[in-house]
Ligand binder design. Structure first.
Ligand SMILES: Cc1ncc(COP(=O)(O)O)c(C=O)c1O
Length: 472
């Protein structure tokens, strides 16, 4: 019996991955954070930040909790606010899934939406807007999970000791994703200290995230990693993340994360979110190189219930190029392989720079070719087709003055198709007037194929689709 829902935050079980981890030298145990009341690890940080702010006087009775959050932290704060009698305002990127917004509102939180694709310096960027709202709201308090020491401290005080006690000090490797860094930093700090430095700490990072050394371009897995906005002047990492406590970072591609969540659901009966797939994929690599006396613990931050329309939805997987087609059906990936990587340029760019890209490939300006224009914005909950701002018919470039920026001339991205889609089905589905089709493979544009090629599609199943090659 518990006095309130807040008393059942934390204390999550460790569950052995007996099937997914079968045959590996060391056992892998998953810390089931989706069993928290708000279904994620972030309940811990939310409660700890509020309690610390009550103690310091930053948050007063009847006050308003404000945070920029794309989901789980907002849900945790909304739960704590409901039980402890505060208002809660969540500032979210405008493309956040309606389901997540509905959950926040169900707990009584107010939701403020702001455009997703803004550089960090912009006053309406989620974090800046949340700060402004917290200052203008009487009794407002900004939780600020990225820089709030109570976030990692929650894991020093609870997650770390839980793992140490549950494994009776036998844990040798700890694996977690890095979002704000609170979970890995706080847990590592405790485990390193308790084991006199012997526990190895491994970060699990989406392949293109900068924490693991990626280029900062967007990726499909939500709520972990760190991407770069092209107009952000200075890349700032959260204070909640202490890199010095992490021995190494494993970089995991989106496809591997997604395959891993499918295996966890179907082989272990564990329905978890994409970042759990990233973390478990890394943990399996760690266990592969470990000794039988070792014990690997991996954090599963949230439930798969929030992602049923994505990682567990065949239509989404096929449309994003995460699913292969049937072996003997001609698929768009065949045409994409033949077309090769599209001409591409990143914003900001001018007409003359775009023309230089075209020339560097020895291409002409024939009408019908398209230049893919990349805009490295993404957004963790807003991710649809990373990188791509739109397309520009090459013939139009000729008409632009040399120093003219490309941005205003962009055409919206035409409907995309996945590399595993059957050619005939894609042809029937897409608007007959659409002349080029950007083909996605593993969530990225692998090629732009001409519509006319769909009709002449007797190609054999091709080898792997080449990745996009950015010229500039
Ligand atoms: C689903 C999910 N995975 C991983 C993380 C990363 O946790 P942390 O912010 O403690 O690094 C978060 C944080 O919001 C999350 O929501």
């Amino acid at each position: 019996m518990h006095e309130s829902v807040l008393d059942v935050i934390g204390g999550t079980p460790l569950i052995r991955l007996g099937r997914v981890g079968a045959g590996l030298p060391a056992p892998v145990y998953l810390k089931a954070e989706f069993l928290n009341p708000g279904m994620s690890v972030k309940d811990r940080a939310a409660l700890a930040m509020v309690l610390a702010a009550e103690k310091s006087g930053g948050l007063r009775p009847g006050g308003t909790i404000v945070e920029s959050t794309s989901g789980n932290t907002g849900i945790g704060l909304a739960i704590v606010a409901a039980r402890r009698g505060y208002q809660c305002i969540a500032v979210l990127p405008d493309k956040t899934s309606p389901d997540k917004i509905a959950v926040l509102r169900a707990y009584g939180a107010r939701v403020v939406l702001t455009p997703a694709a803004l550089p960090a310096e912009h006053p309406e960027h989620v974090r800046n807007l949340a700060q402004t709202i917290s200052m203008r709201t009487p009794g407002g308090w900004l939780a600020d999970q990225y820089d709030n020491p109570a976030n990692p401290q929650a894991h020093v005080e609870a997650t770390g000791p839980e793992i140490w006690e549950q494994t009776q000090g036998r844990v040798t490797h700890f694996v977690a994703g890095i979002g704000t860094g609170g979970t890995i930093t706080g847990t590592a700090r405790y485990l390193k200290q308790a084991s006199a430095g012997s526990v190895r700490v491994i970060g699990a990072d989406p392949h293109s995230s900068v924490y693991g050394g990626g280029d900062g371009s967007p990726y499909a897995v939500e709520a972990v990693g760190h991407y770069l906005h092209p107009e952000t002047a200075r890349d700032v990492w959260p204070l909640s993340y202490d890199e010095a406590l992490v021995d190494r970072v494993e970089r995991i591609g989106d496809r591997e994360s997604i395959t891993t969540v499918h295996r966890l659901a179907r082989e272990e009966g564990l329905l978890v979110g994409g970042s759990s797939g990233t973390a478990v994929a890394a943990a399996l690599r760690v266990a592969r190189d470990a000794a039988p006396s070792d014990l690997v613990v991996v954090i599963a931050p949230d439930s798969g219930r929030g992602y049923l329309s994505r990682y567990f939805n065949d239509e989404w997987l096929l449309a994003m190029g995460f699913q292969d087609g049937a072996p003997d059906t001609p698929v768009l990936g065949d045409l994409a392989a033949a077309a090769g990587a599209p001409l591409a340029i990143a914003l900001p760019a001018t007409a003359i720079e775009a023309l230089a890209v075209v020339a560097s490939r020895g291409s002409g300006l024939e009408d019908g070719l398209a230049l893919v224009v990349l805009n490295r914005t993404g957004g963790d909950e807003t991710w649809a087709v990373p990188d791509v701002a739109g397309v520009l018919p090459l013939a139009e470039l000729r008409a632009l003055p040399d120093d003219e920026p490309l941005g205003p001339y962009l055409r919206p991205l035409p409907s995309t198709a996945g590399s595993g889609e059957a050619i005939a089905e894609a042809d029937a589905r897409l608007d007959p007037d659409q002349r080029w089709i950007p083909v996605l493979h593993d969530g990225r544009i692998a090629a732009v194929v001409a519509r006319s090629d769909l009709a002449r599609s007797h190609l054999a199943v091709a080898a792997a689709v080449p990745g996009i090659e950015e010229v500039r």
